[in-house]
Design a protein around this ligand. Structure first.
Ligand code: ASP
Ligand code: MG
Length: 416
């Protein structure tokens, strides 16, 4: 017998029929002798609907009131699931975040969980009940309802699992796991049986479609084994089979089953590149350029500074596409004349492709294999950045899919 947390996404909770299926699946796990806590999302489309209503009232809704509103989606789904379980003879009780309580900071619409009180939940579990807790929401010190940002139910589930020291957190969703790359780009992409949480963080561009990235950080910090698996299977499929399906986010690199050097190919289409040309090469220049960008709340990713010639140098860095215009404006208005830059140029059509894998730590030659593969395809590399388990290159966006396919093949990631 183990304590297990199940999380169901909006699609899984999307209709009364689907909620009944969730109840069947949960009951199956409970019948097998496990203690089960369920953290569901709002029914699919509901959060969007609520936020849309707010926009119809005012262009700038008060964040506190937005949380008050958006949190109702999850409150409806927990109650419906409790009813569905009771209807098939299971004892079940639902709680909103404030009733547990899940305490957060006061950053409305993007709050962070601070603590979770497990007293009430444990009592219910010990009394044989299935406990259902709203995802996505909590309560701040002053008693205001907060929400954790879009996709936040994943984080709620992993946090609840960590607080209860659950054996595993199962994230049921409409995909059946994490893949070596996006199957829409590479048709023979393979589902990974395991992925370390560090790899999962590095593959954010792929993984974030599956999990809210903050939930992966939580899983890492609390060493909570977290599994992503399909909720579209037969709810009554054999439990032993279900329990090992999907992708397990793991921690022990050495227990990795699939010992490939590279685990996956991640990519981000929406990059832009900005170059500040001919700036004096002296202390403080990087700070003046990138500080101004950071002050405008723009996230900078890759950065290179060229060698200086005659006391002048060039700076190149990338920002997300949505921030490009703003970044260019900040640089042209606040930085250019101030630091005496010759010019500022940009390219809004670049993409980033990365090879990711903890195997990189113990294997040499990954970078050269990556660069050879790209050169054989005639793809020009504009920037390179590396971390311990990732090598990224910036390329022209028109070659992105070609690069992903070529690298996927070169590193032997396709399904057998
Ligand atoms: N219902 C919230 C959203 O749509 C939270 C979640 O589903 O994880 O973002
Ligand atoms: Mg989600």
């Amino acid at each position: 017998m183990a304590l297990i947390v199940h999380k169901y996404g909006g699609t899984s909770m999307g209709s009364p029929e689907r909620i009944k299926n969730v109840a069947k699946r949960v009951a199956k796990w409970h019948d097998a002798g496990h203690q089960i806590v369920v953290v569901p999302s709002a029914m699919s489309g509901e959060t969007n609907r609520l936020l849309g209503l707010a926009k119809e009232i005012t262009a700038q809704p008060d964040p506190r009131e937005l949380d008050m509103l958006a949190s109702t989606g999850e409150q409806a789904s927990v109650a419906l699931l409790a009813m569905a379980l009771q209807a098939i003879g299971k004892q079940a009780v639902s709680y909103a975040g404030w009733q547990v309580a899940i305490k957060t900071d006061s950053a409305h619409t993007k709050a962070r969980i601070r603590s979770i009180d497990d007293t009430k939940v444990r009592q219910d579990l010990d009394a044989g009940k299935v406990v259902i807790i709203t995802g996505f929401q909590g309560i701040d010190e002053l008693g205001n309802i907060t929400t954790l940002g879009r996709g936040g139910s994943d984080t709620s589930a992993v946090a609840v699992a960590a607080a209860l020291q659950a054996a595993e957190c199962l994230i049921y969703t409409d995909v059946d796991g994490v893949y070596t790359t996006d199957p829409r780009v590479v048709s023979d992409a393979r589902r990974l049986k395991t992925v370390t949480f560090e790899e999962m963080l590095e593959m954010a561009s792929l993984g974030s479609k599956v999990l809210q990235i903050r939930s992966v950080e939580f899983a890492g910090n609390y060493k909570m084994p977290t599994r992503v698996l399909s909720s579209l299977t037969d709810p009554l499929m054999p439990l032993e089979e279900e329990a090992i399906s999907g992708t397990l986010i793991s921690f022990e690199e050495d227990t990795k089953m699939e010992q490939a050097t590279i685990t996956g190919i991640a990519f981000n289409r929406d990059e832009t590149k900005i170059t500040v040309l001919g700036v004096p090469d002296r202390p403080g220049i990087a700070y003046q350029i990138l500080g101004a960008v950071a002050d405008a709340n723009i996230e900078v990713d890759m950065i290179i500074q060229n060698q200086s010639v005659d006391g002048k140098t060039d700076f190149t860095f990338t920002v997300p596409r949505g921030e490009y215009t703003k970044a260019m404006a900040v640089l042209n208005e606040k930085v250019k004349t101030h630091i005496g830059a010759a010019n500022i140029t940009g390219d809004a059509k670049v993409s980033k492709v990365s090879v990711v894998g903890v195997g990189m730590r113990s294997h040499v030659g990954i970078a050269s294999q990556m660069f050879r593969t790209l050169s054989e395809e005639g793809i020009n590399i504009q920037m390179i950045s590396t971390s311990e388990i990732k090598i990224s290159v910036l390329i022209d966006e028109k070659y992105m899919e070609l690069a992903v396919r070529a690298l996927h093949k070169a590193f032997g990631l396709e399904s057998a």
